[in-house]
Ligand binder design. Structure first.
Ligand SMILES: O=C(O)c1cccc(C(=O)CC[C@H]2O[C@@H](n3cnc4c(=O)[nH]cnc43)[C@H](O)[C@@H]2O)c1
Length: 206
């Protein structure tokens, strides 16, 4: 079975050479596009793993522009009450707002991507553009990296019963845009390099 690599926009993984056994799908920007696109891909074909890869914002003091990040858990920060407190739903329903990376894929990524940082991800349709929101997300979630799709891709894969993991290359510091050190090339290079290495592992060891 093939591996599915999901990115938001194709340019993020332009440096990733095409390879047999791997399908790369660009699903669009934001959690809705990401969940819909990932679910569509998984409904059309059986995959043995999903890798969400792309650029992301790094939280100050947790990582730097150009770093590679493995996400071990994702929080969807816009779902629920603004203050993060419990949200009572009828019938005891719980909000799905946290998604873990698959344990086997996470162990493989940790073992082979020794220089990558293993960090908590936050997913937000709204890009954080103030240092105040960055500080609040960092404190509430212990966030290391922010994206607009991570939770959505993991959630769609988990829902389909397919193991999934997320890799990010840090393209900017989360917070005020005037000082965010935006560097698409550095983030995309890190994302493509780590994805290639993880695919090597998945296609040989498992
Ligand atoms: O122009 C900017 O300052 C800018 C800031 C954040 C994101 C973008 C994009 O072009 C979005 C594309 C893609 O990038 C991911 N991304 C990258 N950095 C962040 C971030 O700080 N917070 C959230 N998402 C980020 C995201 O997953 C998008 O798919 C431009």
């Amino acid at each position: 079975m093939n591996v599915l690599v999901v990115c938001a926009v194709a340019q993020e993984l332009a440096a990733l050479p095409a390879r047999a056994g791997v399908d790369v799908v660009a699903v669009g920007v934001g959690p809705v596009e990401a969940a819909a696109g990932t679910a569509r891909a998984l409904a059309g074909k059986r995959y043995r793993a999903v890798v969400n890869a792309g650029i992301g914002g790094g939280f100050r003091d947790r990582c730097a522009v150009g770093d590679a990040v493995i996400v071990d858990v994702e929080h969807y920060v816009e779902l629920g009450l603004e203050d993060g407190s419990a949200f009572a739903l009828p019938g005891g329903l719980a909000l799905a707002r946290t998604a873990d990376a698959d344990a086997v894929l996470l162990a493989a990524a940790r073992a082979r991507l020794a220089r990558a940082r293993v960090l908590t991800g936050v997913t937000s349709a709204t890009v954080t553009s103030s240092d105040a929101r960055a500080a609040a997300l960092g404190a509430r979630y212990g966030a290391g990296v922010e994206s607009m799709e991570g939770f959505a891709v993991l959630r769609a894969a988990i829902d389909a019963g397919v193991p999934a993991i997320e890799l990010r290359g840090v393209s900017n510091v989360v917070g005020d845009r005037a000082t965010n050190q935006w560097n698409f090339r550095a983030g995309a290079a890190a994302a493509a390099a780590t994805t290639a290495t993880l695919l090597d592992v998945l296609q040989t060891d498992t």
